[in-house]
Ligand binder design. Sequence first.
Ligand SMILES: Nc1ncnc2c1ncn2[C@@H]1O[C@H](COP(=O)(O)OP(=O)(O)OP(=O)(O)O)[C@@H](O)[C@H]1O
Ligand SMILES: [Mg+2]
Length: 319
Amino acid sequence: MSTSTKAADSATPAVEVSGLSKVYASGHQALKDVNLSIRSGEIFALLGPNGAGKTTLIGIICGLVNPGVGHIRVDGFDVVREYRATRKRIGLVPQELTTDAFETVWDTVNFSRGLFGLPKHPAYIEQILRDLSLWEKRDNKMLELSGGMKRRVMIAKALSHEPTVLFLDEPTAGVDVSLRRDMWQLVSRLRDNGVTIILTTHYIEEAEEMADRVGVINKGQIMLVEQTSALMHKLGKKSLTVQLQEPIQAIPEALSGYALELEADGSELTYTYDTQSDHTGITGLLAAISAAGLHLRDLRTKQNSLEEIFVDLVQEKRA
Ligand SMILES: Nc1ncnc2c1ncn2[C@@H]1O[C@H](COP(=O)(O)OP(=O)(O)OP(=O)(O)O)[C@@H](O)[C@H]1O
Ligand SMILES: [Mg+2]
């Protein structure tokens, strides 16, 4: 992608949020003491359930929502005191798509560049449209496009003024699997050109595929920020529940090496293992259960869900 690179000094974080809290006029506290530093040139995924505060956080960084308490810097500039300097560095693809239905793709993207007071640059706009596979559609009206195409036009619009930091709020919500892959590729091409990318998602798979680092947000609080690989390790846990034919009072000594939990009045043993490790230990466990004289009624496995991981994280924090 030929998006021009205007990366700031790489030691300056692309985005720095410190002590940010936000209470909406309704009295709802959407963000609680958020501290976050996004490195220049990285792809950062903000992962969290509905209502976690993702859009609010992005809105504040982009200067669309009043910040409340705290400080935010973009490429070293303060988003409140130096609003114009920060806004021109930022491209935003909002969660809700809003476009003028009767305008053409070409006009939509060009107009957006003009809003930033930049001189026309047709060659640059052409390149963006080609990169987003929209060039053939340049003379189509927005209402003639599919949802996935409209979303790509929104990305083109957000890139029209050559931002250094791009926010994608739920870029693949409602987008089919193959288009989602195209989007992932596009995002990594943008990053290769030096654009810092911050995206929100509900999908662990998406964070895994795209992001260098992941921040988990829940109820307005950042629960953790980690390298994607480290987070995936945590998410890779699965549990195996063994239903016994006869309930037992205690876990037999012979099984003490397995960190089992006895549940359901002694009729179930639950074993948690890491799906990403070479040895899950399941075969040995089943043999040991049998050797201990216990008889199985049934087995079931369960993948940790995002919801449970959030609960785990909350409990870890409290511990
Ligand atoms: N303008 C507003 N006034 C009052 N409350 C708001 C406003 N905007 C958002 N909220 C509330 O703030 C909380 C965070 O909302 P936000 O849109 O930031 O969540 P989100 O993480 O983006 O959720 P989703 O995944 O559903 O997009 C929610 O409880 C929401 O109802
Ligand atoms: Mg949102």
